[in-house]
Design a protein around this ligand. Structure first.
Ligand SMILES: [Zn+2]
Length: 242
């Protein structure tokens, strides 16, 4: 259990999920956000990146994000980390985190964060949104059950992502709010969210929590793991830009 005001909350991705997550977190008492992003604000993304306005178009998302959060919540410190979480940088990015939010836009980054947070023994909340569906899963420090218990490995085929399938703005908001909810609960010492994946379907109007049991043969957290470190070639997959 950590004091929410002094906890370092690392948000990977300052976009459609990271923005609503940050707003909910600071409203809930978080005061130290470390935000990682390498992109600029685009007008086509404003429907879901709700911290930004048209005046921010072309600006660094990190700068616009920090300015918007700090204006909204004086006293909050937003540390900007330009770039992506990459195999060479990810261990440093997550090292001092009380908890990490995976608000990235692609499977390669999700698996990289899953592995890095497991090795660093940092809890991570994976949050994703595609089309009308948001999914959120919290993984405890040490990573069991983990993201790989459910999805195993980076998909090599035509798995839908936000570039090809699109995403509905409010669904990103739900994903961000659910991620923030899990972070605040974890920081308050509530571990009951682990071992479940929550799925919101904005078209069918359903919210479901499904258990994710630890998989004995999991490559990351199973009885005989085959993943023992970050290997750059393991995470090769395209990105899109949520
Ligand atoms: Zn696992």
């Amino acid at each position: 259990m950590s004091d929410v005001a002094s906890a370092n909350v690392v948000i990977i991705g300052a976009g459609g999920i990271g923005a609503p997550a940050a707003m909910a977190l600071v409203a809930g008492g978080a005061r130290r956000l470390i935000v990682v992003d390498d992109d600029t604000v685009e007008i086509s993304n404003l429907h879901r990146q709700i911290l930004f306005t048209e005046a921010d178009v072309g600006r660094s998302k990190l700068d616009a994000f920090a300015a918007a959060v700090e204006a909204r919540a004086p006293g909050v410190v937003v540390t900007r980390v330009p770039g992506r979480a990459l195999p060479l940088t990810v261990a440093t990015i997550v090292a001092d985190a009380a908890v990490v939010i995976d608000a990235t836009d692609n499977f390669a980054s999700r698996f990289l964060l899953a592995d890095a947070c497991a090795f660093a023994k940092v809890p991570v909340v994976h949050a994703a949104a595609v089309r009308w569906q948001a999914t959120v899963m919290a993984v405890p420090a040490g990573g069991r059950p983990c993201y790989r218990c459910l999805f195993e490995d980076v998909p090599r085929g035509d798995a839908p992502d936000c570039a090809t399938a699109g995403v509905v703005g409010p669904v990103c908001g739900v994903a961000g709010a659910l991620a923030a909810d899990r972070v605040l609960r974890l920081l308050a010492g509530d571990a009951s969210t682990y071992g479940h994946i929550v799925t919101y379907d904005g078209w069918r109007d359903t919210l479901r929590s499904v258990p994710v049991p630890a998989r004995p043969g999991c490559a990351l957290c199973g009885a005989a793991p085959t993943i023992h470190g970050i290997l750059a070639s393991r995470y090769l997959a395209p990105a899109c830009g949520l």
